[in-house]
Design a protein around this ligand. Structure first.
Ligand SMILES: *[C@@H]1O[C@H](CO)[C@@H](O)[C@H](O)[C@H]1NC(C)=O
Ligand SMILES: *[C@@H]1O[C@H](CO)[C@@H](O)[C@H](O)[C@H]1NC(C)=O
Length: 215
């Protein structure tokens, strides 16, 4: 009961914020293409990484293949729309952890209702800038409407280096490895390879983004 009330109050509050700030004629962000591939240069307080992002809305799945700077083989974050995420490595030592994140992947129109903040030049591109619920600041190229940059409230910043609309990763690559489904391996030493800080940050971020799903 109390939870429902809080939800309703939060919704009214956010609706008010949205209607108060959305001026007629403000540009709106382009919805995400239903499938795309992006290469993201990430900077989290000076810790750099490259992410291959494969977004597949019809497939109900989202993939982050993460390479930390000079840190060897990639780390895989495979997210399904049913709320299950798999975090794993494919190279030795192999490890996997599945997590119930509680939210699905972002909808293509997840930026609907974002608050327009005006124009700014970022990474050399003139961009329209929006914020959504103080979770994310989103920069889109004025001319091409492609995303150029976004920053999460945590300070995690993405610079879009490659953006391929309609690109689809072959099905076989979406298969989590067999050791993700083997019970009793959870305590295995092999799991130490996984950077749990990174996992927690990703999960935190997903939980927060989950709030955006309801808006
Ligand atoms: C990464 O971000 C920090 C601020 O958090 C900044 O000082 C640094 O120059 C950035 N590094 C790169 C390579 O962009
Ligand atoms: C969600 O979907 C994936 C891929 O089909 C599957 O491996 C996983 O077990 C599912 N999770 C739940 C909770 O059903």
């Amino acid at each position: 009961m109390a939870q429902d009330l809080i939800r309703v109050l939060l919704f009214l509050h956010l609706s008010f914020l949205c209607s108060a700030s959305a001026a007629v004629g403000d540009p709106t962000p382009a919805p995400w293409p239903h499938q795309f591939h992006a290469v993201l240069f990430m900077n989290y307080s000076g810790a750099l990484s490259l992410i291959d992002l494969w977004y597949d809305w019809p497939g109900g799945r989202n993939f982050n293949i993460i390479r930390d700077q000079l840190d060897g083989p990639p780390f895989y974050d495979l997210e399904w729309n049913n709320g299950t995420s798999f975090f794993y490595t494919l190279d030795s030592p192999r490890s996997c952890r599945s997590v119930q994140v509680g939210v699905g992947i972002l909808r293509p129109n997840w930026l609907d209702g974002a608050t327009y903040l005006g124009q700014q030049t970022v990474d050399g591109f003139l961009c329209n800038v929006w914020t959504k619920a103080d979770f994310i600041w989103y920069y889109e190229d004025v001319v091409t409407k492609r995303p150029v940059h976004w920053v999460f409230y945590t300070g995690r910043a993405a610079h879009v280096m490659i953006y391929e609309e309609g690109a689809v990763l072959e099905d076989a690559k979406w298969q989590a490895p067999v050791y993700c489904f083997q019970k009793g391996k959870e305590e295995s030493r092999e799991h130490q390879r996984i950077n749990y800080d990174a996992v927690h940050q990703i999960v935190d971020q997903k939980m927060s983004l989950g709030v955006l799903h309801g808006l």
